[in-house]
Each structure stands twice: as C-alpha cells, then as structure tokens.
Design a protein around this ligand. Sequence first.
Ligand code: PRT
Ligand code: ZN
Length: 283
Amino acid sequence: MKTLKIAIQKSGRLNEKSVELLKNCGLSFENYKSSLISPVSNFPLEILFLRDDDIPEYVQDGIADLGIVGENVIQETEVEVSYLQRLGFGKCSLKIAVPNNDDIQSLAGLNGKSIATTYPVILGKFLKENGIQSDIRTISGSVEISPGLGLADAICDLVSTGGTLKSNGLKPFADVMSSEAVLIGRKGSETEDLVLELIQRIQSVLRAKETKYVVLNVHRDNLAAIIALLPGVKSPSVVPLAEENWVAVHTVIPERDFWDRISQLKQAGAQGIVVMPIEKIIL
Ligand code: PRT
Ligand code: ZN
C-alpha cells in the first residue's frame, strides 16, 4: 500500500498547530525535533519536518504529497500546487508600512520610493497591478529596522498583532495580502483515496472547533421557544428529566454566535446550561 508524505514546518510559528491538528485527526506519531521524518503508526503516512520555505516546492515536485504552509510562502514561491483546505491558524497580513512621521496619502506616494521586503514576488505583483514604480529591496530578515537604518523608505512585511511595527516607529499603510496556514497537495493528489480520507478527518476536526456541545434544562412549556433558537446539526435531542414536565435539550451551537445564543436561551427559560468542547464532527 502507498504511504503518503506530508511536509510540515520543523520549528516556528506553524509547527505546534500543525502537529496538534494532525494529532487531533487521530494520527499517532513521535514529534522528534531532531529527526526529519516521523512515521505515523496508525495511518499510511510519514511526516516530513522542513523549513517552511521549502514546503511548496517539495509538494510541487512530488517529494511530499501534502504540505501545511502559509499562503504567503506559497505565493512567493510561485509553485503549481492544489489548495486543499484552509486551516484557520497562522493568520496574518502582508502589509506595506511607513515611518510614523511619513505623511504619505495614497499608493501613488510610493512611486520612486524604496521598499524593503522578504516578499519581492508578491510585492512586485501588487505594485504592478496598482501601476506603482518603487525600488524593491530584497533582504533576508529584520525588515522592520531598515527605514530606521536608512536602507529603505518603507517596508513590506507580515503583521499579526502590529506590535513589531509599533516598536519600530512604523505605521501600516496598505494591505497587500492576507494569509493563513493551508493544506496543499501535489497537483492531482486531491482525487486519491488516502488524501481524501485525510482531508475528511481534518475537516471534521475544524468543524468541531467551530462548534460547542450544549445541554440545557427547560420546562416543556418553553421547549418550542428554545428549539426555535437552536440550529443543531439536525434537530436537537430532547430527553425527559425525573422532574415532571422538565426536559434536557442536547445540541451543538456555532462558536461564533455562542454568547448571543446563550443569553437568548436564558431569556427563553433555559436553566443549568452546560457547554462542552467537541472533538470531531463526522457528517
Ligand atoms: O525556519 P522557517 O523558515 O521554517 O520559519 P520562518 O522563520 O521563515 O517563519 P515563521 O515561523 O516566523 O512563520 C511561519 C509562518 O507563520 C509565516 O510564513 C506566516 O504564514 C505565519 N505568520 C503568522 C507569521 C506571523 N503571523 C508573523 N507575525 N510569520 C511571521 N510573523 C513575523 C513578521 O515577519 C514580523 O517580524 O512577526 C513579526 C510581526 O508580528 P507582530 O505580532 O508584531 O505584528
Ligand atoms: Zn522560512
């Protein structure tokens, strides 16, 4: 039987979440920091631990069948791979930032200016699309210090909290792209049974993360009002309680409108509301 290979980041911002996702998919493997390959004992899969920059090409060239990497890295390396699934972590934006005292008003203000970045390909396309001619200075790291050192007028770098820009006296000026970790596959891999099985497992973990399991008690008189507030996977389960005319309602609620729903449910007569995390939802 064929063994799949999935490439994930060896260390860095995406490593921990990638390992956690695969473990939550029920895959059993050792997360040896020192080894390049870790076999999965209960699924025909090997995990390759690589630098993130190498992952897109390894997948394009078929050395790995799958990979988990930031969209920013995929676009910068301009590879031909299939996007299989957004993973909801490693979220950030690639932004152009300028010194706080720069009074630049519009993108046109970047004409003739120099911009330091580790993302020359993405930045080049963005400037071209907007008809701007700037001097792109490609550097390999610590982009945020270049305006202070007089190396460039502006920078183009990833931002998550914005703390790094702030502490370097810079302000975000334009959004170039937003990014998150994605599952990519070698072109054509998306139709293979093992790949489909893994995607399904990943989707069931992601779905579960987005929802909570809720149990509440309610008097039968208020049951219809409560059910009207509950968009369950199907209809909610209603279980009679020992106390006459009281029932327990079991259902799942999307995390995003969780607090709104809970207060609405309380107003409609729900009592003893218990909220629990869900491990997987298999549809
Ligand atoms: O060693 P390897 O080459 O594998 O790792 P790396 O050092 O190249 O990448 P790493 O681990 O820093 O980031 C991996 C991926 O995480 C990136 O490709 C992005 O997809 C994603 N990601 C999410 C980020 C950030 N958030 C982020 N904030 N990558 C980098 N940053 C850096 C940014 O470059 C800047 O220096 O964090 C700083 C800004 O952060 P804030 O919070 O101060 O705004
Ligand atoms: Zn890297």
